[in-house]
Ligand binder design. Structure first.
Ligand code: AMP
Ligand code: MG
Length: 410
């Protein structure tokens, strides 16, 4: 059996980088920067007021009360005509540029309007409520590095700079299910020995979440000619081909045979559970990942191989899931020779994260996968996880702190 870390390294190593393009900002979410971003100008671009109030000279408002002459009124998006002089004030709205001569804003709550003047009711320190130009980013400063994946927060920063980023394009991924027993999910009546295709909906959902473009090749029966055509067409149209089924030992050998015939595909036994059998290689230069048939193995293999591989192609540096520490709330059996991915539910008590298994752990059981919020990643060399043991988890759904019904008192 191949150690998991070694198999992961070999998969990453064989991934080509996707081409780069300048992307309109509204299409860049989830993609990774191909070039570093520098601030082309200061943010904020000009010194402005943090409050609705009066722009003044600090020396005039160090003690209160004080009465200042009112010179003019500046809403956001407008600029004062004149400067603030000693003994005078300009009315200003949040975000409006500070007038020349002013260094302080007295908030409107601390003032009282008078005809042609304003009365300052509270002593205000010099510099209060002023947001300096470049207080967020200064012109020329580094903002984001290559490989950073754009979240909505990154997109907002790029928006403030007016930048359409240079990113690597979205991967196209061809997905197909194999097996004569596998029928479309909307099949109403199953014949003897038949099951519905769960792997394609699972993979397509995870790929959509990653921001990939899915090429759905459907279900292909265990038939040489159809499979050959489907794989060739997938390799032709996509940056990666993902298949499920037909790679296990003692398998109806057709799938393996076609893969080997069309390209350079190896069959691995990876020291992990579930998802031990795994095919990896290239067809016409396109990487192919042959995932196992059992649905839970599909998710584990996707998470451990396909997702990091795709993120790597996209130019991301952070390709693996964040891990966290938790305490086991129960005892469960694992496998000393394999990295075991146990489906668990997380629960936070007194600021400590506890995990318990989400149900039956066989690799065909999807309901416990749907209930789970994380995988516990149990390393090689462990036979049992004991209650109270520290375990590493990879969360795919963060534990909720409170529910809507709790907030609403339902
Ligand atoms: P295989 O490696 O092709 O023998 O598949 C292993 C197990 O996964 C068998 O029980 C298959 O019926 C099942 N399986 C394969 N493909 C799918 C699929 N697309 N959806 C649900 N189960 C599948
Ligand atoms: Mg099969």
């Amino acid at each position: 059996m191949r150690p998991l870390a070694e198999a992961q390294r070999d998969v990453l190593d064989a991934m080509p980088l996707l081409p780069t393009a300048t992307m309109p900002l509204d299409q860049a979410l989830g993609l990774a920067l191909a070039r570093p971003v520098e601030a082309p100008h200061d943010v904020p671009p000009f010194t402005n007021s943090a409050m609705d109030g009066y722009a003044v000279q600090g020396a005039d408002v160090g003690s209160a009360p004080a009465t200042l002459r009112l010179l003019e009124d500046v809403p956001a998006g407008h600029v004062a005509q004149g400067a603030v002089t000693a003994g005078a004030a300009i009315k200003i709205m949040t975000g409006a540029p500070m007038p020349d001569g002013a260094d302080t804003v007295v908030k409107v709550e601390d003032t009282e309007p008078l005809p042609g003047a304003v009365r300052i009711l509270a002593a205000t320190a010099t510099g209060t409520a002023v947001r300096p130009a470049g207080g967020d980013l200064t012109a020329g400063s580094p903002v984001f590095g290559v490989g950073e994946r754009l979240t909505a927060r990154h997109v907002a920063v790029l928006a403030s700079l007016g930048i359409n980023p240079s990113v690597r394009r979205r991967p196209r991924v061809a997905v197909l299910s194999t097996g004569d027993e596998v029928l479309p999910p909307d099949t109403q009546t199953l014949g003897p020995g038949q099951i519905r295709d769960t792997n394609r909906p699972l993979l397509i959902g995870m790929l959509q979440r990653l921001g990939a473009v899915v090429v759905d090749l459907g279900i292909v029966g265990d038939d040489a000619e159809t499979l050959r055509n489907a794989l060739a067409s997938g390799a032709d149209q996509a940056d990666m081909v993902l298949t499920s089924g037909g790679v296990s030992k003692g398998e109806y050998d057709l799938v393996k045979a076609i893969l080997a015939e069309l390209g350079t595909v190896d069959f691995w036994q990876v020291a992990m559970q579930p998802a031990k059998p795994f095919a990896f290689g290239h067809i016409s230069g396109t990487p192919l990942l042959g995932l196992p048939g059992n649905p839970v193995s599909v998710m584990v293999a996707y998470e451990q191989f396909a997702r990091p591989a795709l993120l790597h192609m996209m130019g991301c540096d952070q390709v693996f899931r964040a891990q966290a520490a938790a305490i086991s709330a129960e005892r469960w059996r694992t496998h000393p020779a394999k990295v075991v991915f146990t489906r668990v539910i997380t629960e936070v008590r007194d600021d400590v994260t506890y995990v318990r298994t989400s149900g039956e752990q066989m690799s065909n059981v999807l309901s416990s996968l749907a209930r789970a919020t994380a995988f516990a990643v149990v390393p090689v060399g462990t036979g049992y996880v004991e209650e109270g043991d520290r375990v590493t988890i990879e969360l795919f759904r963060a534990p909720a702190t409170r529910t809507a019904s709790e907030v609403l008192g339902g």
